[in-house]
Design a protein around this ligand. Structure first.
Ligand code: HMG
Ligand code: MG
Length: 307
């Protein structure tokens, strides 16, 4: 059986959170419908954060209950505190992601807490989520570099990941929030994580493609044994508290790489491209991702597909 990779789609959350044009709920729903049609089964749908911090996702309470209840589909939501947890619960969430970082400076800008304070805030949230039987992820942002303090020692990121796992998350996700990482850093980080007792199946990687290194970083992650990668259909995305952060790794670029490399993932490239055109069209932007422009490639005929 071929090696299987999980593609964790962050387009509706990370992809849209920094967009200034108001996106109607029906458009978000239309985007998620197309992601489901493409075979994506883990779709980070929205955030239960302060609507003042992230106005674009202020409709989370209405969006989540409006999503189709498809079997085997998970819609994780970002939750920063108990207030967010109460909202997520009321909206019918069944999985969540808490989010902190390797550096205090970024965490303070992002959620107004130090890393220690954020972990203390997550403790009751994760306990409640565990009681409810929810799937739980913990993000470690700035794991490859911080926009406020520069280089980050991988052991620092691993230490935060270990503390999140001690709080009961099912998976930790290392974020290259501003897209400065390179493959050697991915290997160093995964080595440090496994040396600290973190299992490869507990690790996900979240690359922003700000400087064009995201796919190279995926390859380094695959070689290290990581099998879960985040991506955003259409390549949209970025955090408003991360100056210079650009789009996430595009799902279409990731799917092409995985297909051509023989990994199984259950996602259909042409339908991802439909979803990418839909969301960039709704945002009034051209589709600028590599595979979005070139299409996929049929190795039996040599023809481009899905353009
Ligand atoms: P604060 O201002 O420090 O805290 O915000 P507060 O407790 O003083 O609350 C301020 C106001 O927000 C109050 O309302 C609260 O009620 C309200 P007011 O009295 O002013 O009317 N409030 C809330 N409202 C709704 N839902 C809530 C909530 N909590 C408080 N859950 C807070 C602290 C964490 C709320 C704020 O800083 C925040 O929402 N930050 C969100 C930042 C964010 O979403 N960033 C983007 C996601 S992270 C990311 O993109 C990185 C990632 O992709 C990985 C990577 O790339 O590395 C995951
Ligand atoms: Mg991100």
């Amino acid at each position: 059986m071929a090696d299987r990779v999980r593609i964790y789609e962050v387009g509706p959350r990370d992809g849209l959170q920094n967009e200034s044009t108001a996106i109607p709920l029906a458009t978000k729903r239309g985007f998620i419908d197309r992601l489901l049609a493409a075979g994506l089964r883990e779709i980070e749908a929205t955030s239960f954060v302060s609507p003042k911090a992230i106005p674009q996702l202020a409709d989370a309470d209405a969006l989540l209950p409006a999503l189709p209840n498809a079997p085997g589909v998970r819609y994780p939501v970002l939750v920063p505190n108990e207030r967010g947890m109460a909202r997520a619960e009321a909206a019918g969430a069944k999985s969540l992601a808490v989010f902190t970082a390797a550096t205090d400076a970024f965490t303070e800008h992002n959620i107004g807490m130090t890393v220690d304070e954020s972990l203390a805030a997550f403790e009751p949230v994760l306990r409640r989520a565990a009681d409810l039987g929810w799937w739980r992820r913990g993000y470690v942002s700035t794991a490859f570099g911080c926009p406020y303090t520069g280089a980050v020692d991988p052991h620092r990121a691993v230490n935060v990941a270990t503390r999140l796992l001690e709080l009961g998350v099912d998976e930790v996700c290392f974020g290259d929030t501003i897209g400065v990482g390179v493959p050697a850093q991915v290997s160093a980080l995964t080595d440090a994580a496994t040396a600290a007792g973190i299992e490869l199946r507990q690790i996900a990687c979240h690359f922003h493609d700000t400087r064009g290194t995201a796919l190279a970083n995926v390859v380094a992650g695959l070689e290290a044994g990581v099998r879960t990668f985040d991506s955003s259909t259409g390549g949209t995305g970025g955090c408003p508290y991360a100056p210079g952060a650009a789009g996430n790794l595009a799902t279409e670029d990731l799917v092409y790489l995985l297909d051509a490399s023989g990994f199984e993932h259950g996602v259909e490239l042409e339908k991802v491209l439909d979803a990418a055109r839909y969301i960039t069209g709704a945002l009034g932007k051209p589709l600028t991702t590599k595979v979005g422009q070139a299409g996929g490639w049929d190795a039996s005929s040599g023809a481009a597909i899905g353009r």
